[in-house]
Design a protein around this ligand. Structure first.
Ligand code: G3H
Ligand code: 13P
Ligand code: ZN
Length: 336
């Protein structure tokens, strides 16, 4: 299929109460893993490219890879700009063919964030492209490096002083209506307790805040930093059995999807799967000279991780697939 517009897949998810995974891609291997996982799961998907990935790949090549990969599958795939932090990054992505944008003005005072988001929304809407905007700030774990215990191993949530900082940075319910109205944004990356870049899924989400935000707007709510979020009720129970009691109003990803969370951003967990798959292959054969023998298991590991998320998000099986492989075989068969 040709690239889908972001709002189309999110609207479906919102109506049917499932979430769409938005997976960060840094190279062709990621794009293949993401689109093939989506095809095999019968799931809509969002491939997202950050400005860092754009610098690594080049904007034109990034668009060409995702566009071609989307055309090779029969599920809807969106090409989304992740954390565009300037007006120019957004406009360049828009002109290059992205079908969904994000402006992250979380470092700016609220008024400035509103002003720049609104100017991007105006341009994007002229071309029928939606814009996600950030309210509050979803921090990176690196920002708390000096507050983390030296032996912190991501087997439990970051300590209380970090949790307090995360709470301070959350989206404020009283800003929601004005922010959405004045920016005209199409979806909201609301800070609700997650932290970017966590190496394991142990951080709870503040469901009470998600609920308060959802009462004030009906546009789709996006969860960033989702690699670090506790996945299921069972995982909560397992954490609690180890002595980490969740505070009132906090919960896991499974709960948040039931509360109407509709776009879930995953970068770190996929990147770590790629590295793990490659490391295992390399350890098995440290004398390998064909790089594909190492990257291919890495790509397979990413695909499995992504499929697991699609099942958790409830997006698996939402799209009826018409397999393309058979058509391909027929076309490529040469004369007898
Ligand atoms: O939230 C952002 C993603 O983790 C991607 O960031 O490509 O700049 O490392 P990066
Ligand atoms: P993680 O790397 O923590 O999964 O965050 C992804 C993200 O929010 C991309 O915007
Ligand atoms: Zn993010």
């Amino acid at each position: 299929m040709s690239l889908e517009i972001g709002t189309v897949v999110l609207k479906e998810g919102l109506e049917k109460r499932y979430a769409v995974g938005a997976f960060n891609a840094n190279s062709a291997e990621y794009v293949q893993a993401i689109t093939q996982a989506a095809e095999e799961e019968g799931s809509p998907v969002i491939v997202q490219i950050s400005p860092g990935a754009t610098r690594y790949l080049g904007l034109e090549l990034a668009v060409a890879i995702v566009k071609t990969a989307a055309e090779m599958v029969s599920i809807p795939a969106v090409l989304h700009l992740d954390h565009g932090v300037t007006y120019e990054q957004n406009i360049n992505a828009l002109k290059a063919g992205f079908t969904s944008l994000m402006y992250d003005g979380s470092e700016l005072p609220l008024e400035e964030n509103i002003k720049i988001t609104a100017s991007i929304v105006k341009e994007a809407h002229l071309r029928g492209v939606p814009v996600e905007a950030e309210l509050g700030k979803i921090p990176k774990i690196e920002e708390f490096e000096d507050m983390l215990p030296a032996d912190y191993d991501y087997s439990y949530p970051p300590p209380q002083d970090i949790q307090e900082k995360v709470i301070e940075l959350m989206a404020k319910p009283e800003d929601v209506e004005r922010f959405v109205e004045q920016t005209g944004c199409d979806s909201l990356a609301a800070a609700i307790g997650s932290i970017h870049g966590m190496k394991n899924d142990v951080q709870p989400l503040y469901l009470k805040r998600l609920r308060e935000i959802r009462q004030r707007t009906d546009i789709p709510i996006v969860c960033h930093g989702s690699s670090g979020v506790i996945r299921t009720r069972r995982d909560v129970e397992e954490l609690e059995a180890r002595g980490y009691k969740l505070s009132e109003g906090w919960g896991c990803m499974e709960d948040a999807i039931k509360e109407g969370l509709v776009k879930i951003n995953i970068a770190t967990a996929v990147s770590m799967s790629f590295l793990r798959g490659m490391k295992e292959a390399w350890n098995k054969n440290p004398n390998e000279k064909d790089s594909r023998k190492i990257t291919s298991p890495g790509r397979d590991a990413m695909k499995e991780t992504i499929k697991g998320y699609m099942r958790l998000f409830g997006s698996s099986g939402q799209i009826a697939i018409t397999p393309k492989t058979e058509e391909l075989e027929e076309v490529t068969e040469g004369p007898e």
